[in-house]
Design a protein around this ligand. Structure first.
Ligand SMILES: [Zn+2]
Length: 273
């Protein structure tokens, strides 16, 4: 299977739909899948849809049936339910999560870019580019992602973990922040660490990245070392931040997230010593 973005649509027995309704994924419990065969579905062809991948003879489409008459109990599948995409993170492997997340991101892109920001007209589809454009200026609108930096700070044999104001009590994670226009990822990291916890860091090293479809982010993970300063949380975004050794860790995010993997990779390295 490979990712491809395309608008062309022809009903076909090989088509696979990844369907969203009211922001939730439609999932078949019996077959344990979100990849639904078009031939078993009773849906209105005019609903919002976009091709997102090709797998052999199958075109895979992201389909939004929120504003059409689609009934879960009138389908060729008998055990359809609606799942929150976040809930699916713990159920799916990374490839499946990327695919179902890609469907969410491209539907979000289509729905949020319907009108031209310059003249207000409904945008056209450019089939060759797989992009949207308006004839008032011929500027193509491609899907956008918002890059976000994650940062694990190490000091002696401890790491800095923080509790975001939006986290439940007791859950701590690495620091995170969106890349500002014109910033490099490393500059974002230095700025966010200073703004959120008042520290300076050094020796920034890339760790890995993860697509984060809520709705369209790319998480870019780094490790770095403490350089100077005392912890001083901003009290707005971050309400608590502490140094933790591997023997007194708080509750942290699961391994299905890049922040969880950053923390667990540190624990694995320390455990070898
Ligand atoms: Zn326009």
């Amino acid at each position: 299977m490979y990712f491809k973005r395309f608008f062309e649509f022809k009903p076909n027995n090989n088509n696979i739909f990844i369907m969203y309704k009211d922001g939730k994924v439609i999932y078949d419990l019996d077959q344990k899948t979100f990849m639904l065969e078009e031939s078993f579905l009773n849906y209105e062809v005019e609903c919002t849809k976009i091709g997102i991948a090709i797998n052999g003879k199958s075109n895979i489409y992201a389909v939004d049936v929120t504003y059409s008459n689609f009934q879960l109990n009138e389908q060729g599948y008998t055990s359809l339910v609606e799942y929150d995409l976040r809930q699916m993170m713990s159920m799916l492997n990374e490839d499946d999560l990327n695919l179902v997340g890609r469907a969410n991101q491209l539907l979000h892109w289509l729905k949020s870019n319907k009108h031209c920001g310059y003249c207000g007209a409904v945008k056209n589809e450019d089939k060759k580019e797989g992009a949207l454009f308006c004839s008032c200026n011929n500027i193509m609108t491609y899907p956008t992602i918002s890059p976000c930096v994650l940062c694990l700070i190490k000091k002696d044999n401890q790491i800095l973990l923080a509790r975001n104001a939006m986290f439940p009590e007791g859950l701590f994670s690495v620091l995170a922040g969106f890349i500002e226009t014109s910033e490099t990822a490393e500059q974002t990291l230095e700025r966010e660490v200073e703004e959120e916890v008042g520290l300076k860091v050094k020796n920034i090293k890339y760790f890995g990245s993860q697509s984060w479809p809520f709705p369209s982010q790319l998480m870019i993970g780094y490790e770095c070392e403490y350089a100077s300063g005392e912890i001083n949380v901003d009290g707005i975004e971050i309400v608590e931040a502490k140094w933790f050794g591997i023997n007194n860790l708080p509750k942290t995010p699961p391994n299905s997230t890049l922040s969880g993997r950053l923390i667990n990779s540190y624990i694995a390295d320390r455990s070898k010593l």
